[in-house]
Design a protein. Structure first.
Length: 351
């Protein structure tokens, strides 16, 4: 357990009482280690054992974390976990700023915008989830006359504000010689953007995840993919309050460890995980299996410690928004990264 550096002076009676309890219980430092037969320090999980501790988790799109840990038999946490589902990482961070959440995973983009709010958004990035960049696309309806990104000039393009869709649309327009003012951007949620595309209210959709999968199921075609634009770094955010609370911080470390164990389970049980995914996202199981298999082949899902490289990647994203005039001044992303759990997480690139 990581504890703040504090010095305590106990009254003599309290010290003697504590000593008596220690002798009665027959405990000594290292006894628990010997009982496990390992002779090593107890795991994070054994330390985070307070049922009075709660971490409030935000999930994106559907209950993948809650259902994933349950399927892998990893939901028996020695602390309480509550879950809520949001339609984007930007909404997760808004809830965190309102002290409604303690934990959530977003793309690189939402934290940049959230950091501009009062109190810096009341969050810190404590880890990085390495993951796939597939199904992050600009799509157009079947038989659309739009054949290239350059053809988006003057067109209505739905996008999800302050997310990867916002970022990669900017980058695609830049590569095509267009600016943001050359299109008619329409800010919509993932679900509303999909509905607008299908109903013909917009000419194209920049989105991600299940919205793109569903768009293809409705015969939309890929205009451009962001798989080589995005870094594959998904940022693990925790509330300032949770980081400052020693017991909650321990619970967060244990929870991240469980997510990595779940990822290992999912790779070993991909058919079972595909079935759970299909049932909860209303897509054919074959599609869910292909999406998962392709994604893991591109970049296996894993939570790792923060790194200079990951911070630099997000800084490049922030600079892109600033240069596009989204921000009036440059944003230093390093101000909202924290190494609070650095020693409890695997290093990037480790197995």
């Amino acid at each position: 357990m990581i504890r703040p550096n504090r010095q305590y002076t106990l009254p003599l009676t309290a010290f003697l009482s504590a000593l008596l309890l220690l002798l009665i219980s027959g405990c000594s430092p290292g006894t628990d280690n010997q009982a496990t037969g390992t002779g090593t320090t107890p795991t994070v999980a054994s330390a985070a054992s307070n049922k009075d501790v709660t971490i409030r988790v935000g999930q994106t799109g559907w209950g993948n974390l809650e259902l994933g840990l349950k399927a892998a038999g990893l939901d028996d946490t020695p602390y309480k976990v509550t879950y809520n589902v949001f339609q984007g990482g930007n909404l997760i961070l808004e809830a965190m700023a309102a002290n409604q959440l303690d934990f959530g995973v977003t793309s690189e983009i939402p934290p940049i915008f959230a950091s501009q709010a009062a109190n810096g958004g009341s969050f810190k990035i404590i880890a990085v989830q390495q993951g796939s960049t597939l199904n992050q696309e600009v799509v157009v309806p079947k038989d659309s006359s739009i054949k290239s990104v350059a053809d988006l000039k003057g067109k209505k393009v739905a996008f999800v504000k302050n997310t990867t869709a916002h970022y990669f649309l900017l980058k695609m327009l830049e590569e095509a010689g267009l600016t943001w003012s050359d299109i008619s951007p329409v800010e919509l949620s993932t679900a509303d953007g999909l509905s607008a595309l299908i109903s013909g209210k917009v000419d194209a959709l920049a989105s991600y995840g299940n919205a793109i999968i569903s768009a293809h199921q409705n015969e939309a075609t890929t205009l451009a993919s962001a798989k080589d634009i995005l870094s594959g770094s998904f940022l693990v955010a925790a509330s300032d309050q949770a980081i400052a609370n020693a017991e909650q911080k321990e619970a967060l470390a244990d929870y991240l460890e469980r997510i990595n164990k779940f990822n290992d389970w999912a790779r070993a049980n991909k058919d079972a995980w595909a079935q759970i995914t299909a049932d909860n996202t209303h897509q054919p199981v074959e599609q869910a299996l292909k999406t998962y298999t392709d994604g893991e082949a591109q970049r296996p899902s894993r939570i790792v410690a923060i790194s200079d490289e990951a911070i630099k990647s997000e800084q490049d994203v922030a600079d892109t928004f600033q240069q596009a005039g989204i921000f009036g001044q440059a944003v230093d992303v390093s101000t909202f990264w924290s190494d609070a759990l650095q020693d409890q997480l695997p290093a990037p690139g480790s197995q």
